[in-house]
Ligand binder design. Structure first.
Ligand code: GP9
Ligand code: MN
Length: 658
């Protein structure tokens, strides 16, 4: 009997909606299609029920506001909301191609830089699929025209607003709760922490994610009101529980008092260092430095959406990038302890050089805050050769040597300088000034030698050609430094700032192209090189090299290492340390090291753990892994991100004295 009644009421409600709220139905359907397409092209979890239900409940809830408008006016409301939701889908679709994450309102402040990397975005990031979403407002409007023509909107219906509001809110809530049942346990925590944007969209859909992000983007202003005391306690306790003993090792103080030259190598990854084409190394100069110096071959940059600026920040402070916005733009006014400051206390003159505009990533302000005495940006250079984003590396380095000569003459004491390169930046398409670097492959078929195009004129081939140029520029730079005596009593440090944002298929082409059959091998083929989403992540390694003319080390360190470990590691060599450093001196590690990524993922020498999907990838199969090992590392990676975020968001270096 009860079932009959429920069935009857569903039928009546359904008829009422069909008769009186068809426009709402179209509004919900077309926006639901958009959010589903977005998940299809990004996190690819289109069959997941929870985000679909949460999106549905969100759309039903916001359709409620239309009730307060005359029926003939409602289309304006629905069109306005649909256009906003469509723009959210388009922005996130484009953003995901480049960052493999979702856009944040807190990044609006960095949108000003988009113009400078415009070509990179247009050529490399925007894809046709990003504009499918536009169909949604168009279809909604066409549907409106059809039902209007049928006289559907003429009849004014008497609604008991209170009753309808109750019904709509109740159904929206029920749908949300049902969606919640299908979510993983930790998805609720992730809604609040929001470092793992992918997993939030996978559970809650894009609309609820963006609402959550908007509320959280007010964090910098709000948290100082509410979360401060908890954050202060968590950071104080952390440094209490993790007191760093003074350790020393064979590298302690070995570079104390030496000049320091740091090269921030744009988009330089490690895998090209192992490649040769037609008997030519892609990176002969980096390879020489790596073989003579200390080469950290299992090194990751740990950047978030701040890319270059995140790399600089973590390199200099041994803190993680911010999970909401970027430090250089949103938290530039906080107090930090950084390498330039620490070296200045030891009498160094510290300066930075970069051929791009000084406002890019707010460097004019942030470099001062990091303790550089001077920042030479675009205005300090003659822009005599432009490639890609700006001044070419070869011209930048050549002009920088002149600046360095002048600084050496005029400034007392040792110097610390950072040079940020630019040419090797996505989309690697401005190549006319870059020498050819054929990535062809010869193959013997019968008594014929055939040259296959292989990577030529592909994204991977263009990237390797651009890397070869960047390596040549570094080689020329070192020669000039040596000629000017600027390598005497000097240590050279080179790091890749982040991966080049190449796609999975770019790597698969590199590893699985078969010149004999002139096609890409698949898992069924003999000779197939296993390439999956985890090897793709592990390939994002960047080089970290420490080299001096005064001494050969011939040392390769394959312990997993992150940018966060740089200050502790080179600080030990230079005789400096930050009381806030969250990383570890790699030469003081007894067993294994853990590299934490900004979305909660991490790797050790045994496993890679994907924080978004909660999945494990075994790097070292012969080592049994316990549940406890995983839990310990998951907790530790969350703690590192939480403490670093708290220090940055609440400006706690001013208050906490470890
Ligand atoms: C911009 C250059 C590149 O000046 O550092 O920045 P990125 O796009 O790599 O963050
Ligand atoms: Mn960069």
């Amino acid at each position: 009997m009860k079932a009959m009644k429920i069935k009857e009421s569903i039928k009546n409600n359904f008829n009422e909606i069909r008769k009186n709220y068809l426009l709402v139905v179209f509004f919900v359907i077309f926006n639901l299609i958009n959010s589903t397409i977005l998940r299809l092209v990004t996190v690819k979890n289109i069959l997941s029920i929870s985000p679909l239900l949460v999106d549905l409940s969100f759309l039903i809830a916001i359709s409620l506001f239309s009730l307060f408008l005359k029926r003939t006016k409602r289309i304006k409301y629905f069109m306005a909301v649909t256009i906003i939701l469509t723009i959210i889908c388009i922005i996130n679709s484009i953003y995901y191609h480049y960052y493999s994450s979702f856009a944040s309102v807190s990044l609006l402040a960095t949108a000003v830089f988009a113009a400078d990397v415009g070509d990179a975005i247009v050529e490399n990031v925007i894809k046709i699929v990003d504009f499918i979403y536009i169909l949604s407002p168009i279809c909604l409007y066409l549907s409106y025209r059809i039902i209007k023509k049928r006289g559907y909107l003429k009849r004014e219906i008497k609604v008991e607003k209170k009753k309808i509001i109750k019904k709509v809110l109740l159904s929206s809530l029920c749908i949300f709760v049902v969606g919640g049942i299908f979510m993983p346990i930790n998805s609720w925590a992730r809604l609040f922490k929001l470092w793992n944007r992918e997993s939030v969209v996978m559970s809650y859909g894009i609309y609820f994610y963006q609402l959550d992000d908007f509320i959280q983007s007010l964090t910098p202003q709000i948290t100082n009101l509410f979360g401060h005391d908890n954050a202060l306690k968590s950071v104080t306790d952390y440094y209490e529980e993790n007191k760093r003993e003074k350790t020393s090792n064979q590298f302690t103080g070995i570079f104390e008092g030496k000049n320091v030259i740091v090269i921030h190598a744009e988009s330089m990854q490690t895998f090209p260092m192992n490649l040769k084409f037609n008997d030519q190394e892609v990176t002969p100069n980096m390879n020489k430095l790596a073989s003579e110096g200390i080469f950290f071959s299992n090194f990751y940059s740990q950047v978030g959406v701040g890319t270059s600026s995140d790399a600089e920040f973590t390199f200099n402070t041994s803190l993680m990038p911010s999970t909401s916005g970027t430090v250089f733009v949103n938290y530039f006014n906080r107090t930090y302890v950084s390498i330039p400051q620490l070296l200045k206390e030891k009498g160094y003159y510290t300066y930075s050089m970069h051929g791009n505009t000084g406002d890019f990533w707010n460097r004019n302000t942030m470099h001062k805050n990091l303790g550089y005495d001077k920042f030479y940006s675009k205005d300090s250079y003659v822009i005599d050769e432009t490639i890609g984003l700006g001044l070419s590396d070869k011209s930048f380095f050549s002009q920088s040597v002149e600046i360095m000569k002048e600084v050496k003459e005029n400034e007392e004491g040792p110097f610390y300088t950072l040079l940020i390169t630019l040419t090797n930046h996505t989309p690697f398409s401005d190549l006319e000034l870059i020498d050819e670097f054929p990535t062809t492959i010869d193959v013997q078929i019968g008594n014929q030698t055939i040259t296959r195009e292989y990577l030529n004129n592909t994204t991977m081939g263009n990237y390797l050609r651009s890397v070869h140029y960047a390596d040549e520029a570094i080689g020329e730079f070192i020669e000039k430094l040596d000629k000017e005596g600027l390598l005497e009593n000097t240590v050279l440090i080179i790091y890749g700032d982040h991966d080049a944002r190449l796609e999975y298929n770019d790597y698969n082409l590199l590893y699985n192209y078969d010149p004999i059959s002139d096609r890409i091998l698949t898992e069924e083929d003999e000779g197939y090189v296993t390439y999956n989403k985890y090897t793709y992540e592990l390939d994002k390694k960047v080089p970290f090299i420490v080299w001096t003319k005064d001494q050969s080390f011939n040392l390769t360190v394959d312990t997993p290492m992150g940018m966060i470990d740089v200050l502790p590691t080179i600080g030990n060599m230079l005789g400096i340390e930050s009381p806030y450093q969250l990383g570890t001196d790699i030469f003081s590690i007894e067993e294994d090291n853990m590299v934490v990524f900004i979305d909660g993922s991490f790797l050790t020498s045994k496993i890679y753990y994907n924080g978004s999907k909660g999945e494990l990838y075994f790097i070292n199969n012969n080592e049994p892994i316990t549940e406890d090992y995983i839990k310990q590392h998951v907790d530790k990676s969350s703690k590192i991100i939480e403490i670093s975020n708290n220090i940055i968001s609440y400006d706690l270096i001013k208050e906490v004295k470890p």
